[in-house]
Design a protein around this ligand. Sequence first.
Ligand SMILES: [Zn+2]
Ligand SMILES: [Zn+2]
Length: 438
Amino acid sequence: MKPKELLGTTFTCECGRSHTIPIKRLVYAEDVLERLPKVLGSLVDGRSIVLVADRRTWDIAGRSAKEALEQTGWSTRHIIVPDAGGSSPVCDDTTHDWLNERLPNADIALAVGSGVINDLTKWSAFERDLPYAALATAATMNGFTAANVAPAVEGVKTLIGARPPLAVFAIPSVIVAAPFELTASGLGDTIAKPVSTADWLLNHIFCDEYFCRYCSEMINELEPCYLDRPEEIKNRKPAAIEALFDALLYSGIAMTIVGTSAPASGGEHLLSHTLDMMSVVDGIGHDLHGRQVGLGAIFASALYDHIFRIESPKAHPLFSDIDESFWASLAENVREQYEQKKPALRIIREKLRNGDTWRAFRDAARQQVRCPREIKKCLKTAGAAHTFADIGCSRERLLAAALHMHEIRKRPTIVDLAWMVGILPDAAGQIIDTWLTG
Ligand SMILES: [Zn+2]
Ligand SMILES: [Zn+2]
């Protein structure tokens, strides 16, 4: 069954589990504002709503959404989240507290914006037990339909469990006209999918982690629309942008169904998270999530290239601890995550001796991963970030991130495996020079 037909339902899956999609409606249409009051009215009983936006998204869609709702008898309030440091709002504990203090009682909240506004609204709405919906203004990341929020708490990138929106609305002409770097960022976030699926299989094959083929293939039909025709993203062809936006929404849905980020986030994401965390330590800025993830996807697929060439791996010793001086104020938190990963790392290392397991993993991963050349070409042709200069980062900084990113999450990825079989650290500089420089 197509996932669109399963919205708002519970169904039995071939993986043996029964899945529930809590998102009831996805409305991508030019007349969204006319339909908004009726659709929201079908999702909740009351007629009071609070809209959350930033300065830009209020102008783009917030004000007109509020008018459309008021004209049909809704009582509305709205909150404009202030910009941090003059650019855009951030999703962190400070902004969260700010929003919580101001969030009035209502029957539903509507997040008008993309990543940050959606995450902030989702987080506060969950704590208040308030239903929420999203009016998206850019195809910039896959968090719209995810249950989790990924804020920085005391500077550390954290995952907080919340609830996905009841509905996501978007006006095609608004999504197509969004600042191009946001759309290109969405492409970078989605291009991670083949790598993250392979990483999911790594955990499945070596550590018996649950794997759902249906969820892993949910966006397969959409992928050719942007991966094989990146110039159409660059030229803002509506059909390609719609496919990208759908892919972002359904990646989020896959994560919601599975209950972890496994379907859409693997080793490639660690590069982006590490760059974000380095910013917390030294105050040097970082780029948009998806733009950094795009580079991470090239890097991780180059690691897979190395893996595919190994017939029988030799297991190198595991690290006993993280690099405390590198993480500075974040070291305690990073160590806590890394400690949780150690048992799984030991299992993988032990099973490296088993030739059948190694071959099973290699064969399964090979069917998923795209080669670094293909990923780079797609990003480059689409006008997305694909070099360290594009994300405003030096070679040295990117290399430092690449050599520390395996320390930050409790779930093994291709990056851990690359250390374990001796591909890293040596390959890191070479991968950067070959794939992420020009
Ligand atoms: Zn399933
Ligand atoms: Zn992402």
